[in-house]
Design a protein around this ligand. Structure first.
Ligand code: AP5
Ligand code: MG
Length: 218
């Protein structure tokens, strides 16, 4: 099973497809967004700083991110992992490569290609649960059975602070400016697979998941 680097705009389904791969294959997910959201709960200068940056939709500094990712990679050593939300720019991609090369670890980069308007709608309709199950009020099979309550663990569902149109627009622009250029970097190394991850009448989430599975078993 290949290690995975998920690349994609906000709302492209990085978290959703990570969950599906975890339940099928037992991957360990490293979501830098989730790790940072944990840091924002701390009543520290760093916690407050990260909270403000995330709410604005800008990127947290490379200095903070690189320390975070290095520690996390050490913790998952030996287990197949999914990087969800890292790297976000070329500097992060290059440092990651040097970290992984030192450890002799290979990976498959997968770009989840989704239209901007679809991403915007998904983000404004998303609800999350602390157990990780994703929900969306605009998609019939992603709505909770009881409004505002998780079907799995019964907790109250939460709307992320950055799940609003203004923050999405900023995050999307940051994605275009900083993250999209990484695609060429991975393409040059023959490490990139692009997947059309727009759900349509003829393409279900399971179909997208199947394409991802084929890419990692290649
Ligand atoms: P992060 O938490 O990574 O947010 P993001 O990249 O903006 O991505 P999202 O989590 O919003 O979307 P997703 O692709 O996971 O979509 P999901 O599967 O949930 O980062 C947040 C912030 O942290 C950043 O803005 C930045 O400040 C900071 N940060 C993080 N990493 C960083 C880094 N490396 N460097 C610097 N800063 C960093 O799906 C979305 C919704 O759509 C859900 O409701 C879901 O149910 C629904 N959905 C999913 N798939 C489908 C489908 N096929 N059809 C219909 N609905 C679907
Ligand atoms: Mg996510």
């Amino acid at each position: 099973m290949k290690n995975i680097i998920f690349l994609g705009a906000p709302g492209s389904g990085k978290g959703t497809h990570s969950n599906m791969l975890i339940s099928d294959f037992g991957y360990t997910q490293i979501s830098t967004g989730d790790l940072l959201r944990e840091i924002t709960k701390e009543d520290t200068e760093l916690g407050r700083k990260v909270k403000n940056i995330m709410a604005s939709g800008e990127l947290v500094s490379d200095e903070i991110m690189l320390e975070l990712i290095e520690n996390k990679l050490q913790m998952v050593e030996g287990k197949p992992f999914i990087l969800d939300g890292f790297p976000r720019n070329l500097t992060q991609a290059k440092v990651l490569d040097s970290l992984l090369t030192k450890k002799n670890i290979d990976y498959q980069a997968i770009y989840l290609d989704v239209e901007e308007s679809t991403c915007r709608k998904r983000i404004t309709g998303r609800l999350t649960c602390k157990c990780g199950k994703p929900y969306n009020i605009y998609t019939e099979d992603l709505r909770p059975i009881v409004e505002g309550i998780c079907d799995v663990c019964g907790s109250t569902l939460i709307k992320r602070e950055d799940d609003n149109v203004a923050s999405f627009n900023k995050r999307y622009q940051v994605f275009i400016d900083n993250t999209l250029p990484i695609l060429a970097y991975y393409e040059e190394q023959n490490k990139l697979v692009k997947i059309d991850a727009n759900q349509t009448d003829t393409k279900s989430r399971d179909d997208i998941h199947k394409e991802i599975t084929e890419a990692i078993n290649d």
